[in-house]
Design a protein around this ligand. Structure first.
Ligand SMILES: Cc1cc2nc3c(=O)[nH]c(=O)nc-3n(C[C@H](O)[C@H](O)[C@H](O)COP(=O)(O)O)c2cc1C
Length: 302
């Protein structure tokens, strides 16, 4: 039986449901030689801001059991340099490109999108709404700002708008519903989980910013719960993200309600996991005699 792992997502038929997660695949072009990019559904770039950012001081990464903590702090070259030095190459790769965008206020996001609007081959933009606002809480915790960022970007964006949410909120499924009602075309669930680690020899936190974001296999069940609960409430598609390392993890997220999945931390250890996941999803469908992967979306039996 011929199986079909293509998925319809925001008006495109993606070659597979497997995407890269923002910030773990460089700007996207650096890894072109390491994996067969044609197998990916899309590449999500590192988050870009209006002005370049140096990021947080070192140490910015710490390993924890079954995962890692990071506090990169949105280090990036800024949107102008990104479009001058990275974007043209990326758009030549023949893989749909989703550009991740962040800022501290609505004008920052709109400023980036206005520049990206000149590049019609971009597939979509993903709004990273986990970054600090001017009051130093995160945008997902500031409902007024959350609303104005999505609304103002939607007004001017030539591309579909994906809202990437933080789990650091009271009810991520309600926030997903709000994103849908404001006009987001899809949501990514989730970004990293707030966490910390301490060096017991120096008594110091392992990250320069004391706390950071946790990712990797240890967050998978929590991210899966977020996708499941949002999937019960919203109609727009979900990109599941958090601890996915292989085809089995990806299928769990799809059964919970995700249309696509993105893989982050696992690719830092071994970039090939992303294409292995694609081929193993095909094998799973063949073994189960399931023709279309899309028939599995949200099919968890309760
Ligand atoms: C080193 C590192 C850098 C990251 N940078 C970004 C980023 O720039 N923008 C963003 O939206 N998410 C960023 N993330 C979060 C990931 O995209 C993803 O949401 C999270 O790590 C959970 O997925 P995972 O467990 O597969 O890594 C980063 C994660 C890591 C580990």
């Amino acid at each position: 039986m011929k199986t079909n792992i293509k998925v319809d997502f925001l008006g495109l038929k993606l070659n597979s449901p497997v995407l890269t997660a923002s910030g773990t695949f460089g700007y996207g072009d650096e890894v072109a030689d390491l994996v067969d990019l044609k197998q990916l559904g899309a590449i999500v770039t590192k988050t870009i801001t209006l002005e370049p950012k140096l990021g947080n001081p070192q140490p910015r990464i710490a390993e924890v059991a079954s995962g890692m903590l990071n506090t990169i702090g949105l280090q990036n070259i800024g949107v102008r340099k990104f479009v001058e030095t990275k974007l043209e190459n990326l758009l030549e790769l023949n893989v749909p490109i989703i550009v991740s965008v962040a800022g501290a206020c609505s004008e920052d996001y709109v400023g980036v999108i206005k520049i990206l609007n000149s590049y019609d081959k971009i597939f979509a933009v993903e709004l990273n709404l986990s970054c600090p606002n001017l009051k130093k809480t995160i945008i997902c915790q500031d409902i007024g700002l959350f609303d104005s960022v999505i609304r103002n970007v939607k007004k001017i964006s030539r591309f579909p708008v994906i809202a990437k949410l933080s789990p650091q909120v009271q009810d991520i499924s309600e926030l997903s519903l709000l994103a849908q009602n404001i006009g987001a075309d899809a949501v990514t669930l989730t970004n990293t989980f707030p966490a910390m680690a301490i060096n017991i020899h120096t008594f110091k936190p392992k990250l320069s910013t004391i706390k950071g974001g946790m990712s990797g296999p240890c967050v998978k069940p929590m991210a899966l719960r977020c996708v499941f609960e949002a999937g019960q409430k919203i109609k727009i598609p979900i990109i599941g993200c958090g601890g996915i390392s292989n085809a089995n993890d990806a299928i769990e997220f799809i059964l919970a309600g995700a249309t696509c999945v993105s893989i982050g931390t696992a690719t830092l250890v071994e970039p090939k996991v992303i294409t292995d996941a694609v081929s193993d999803i095909t094998k799973y469908l063949e073994n189960k005699n399931i023709r279309n992967l899309s028939d599995l979306i949200g099919r968890v039996e309760l």
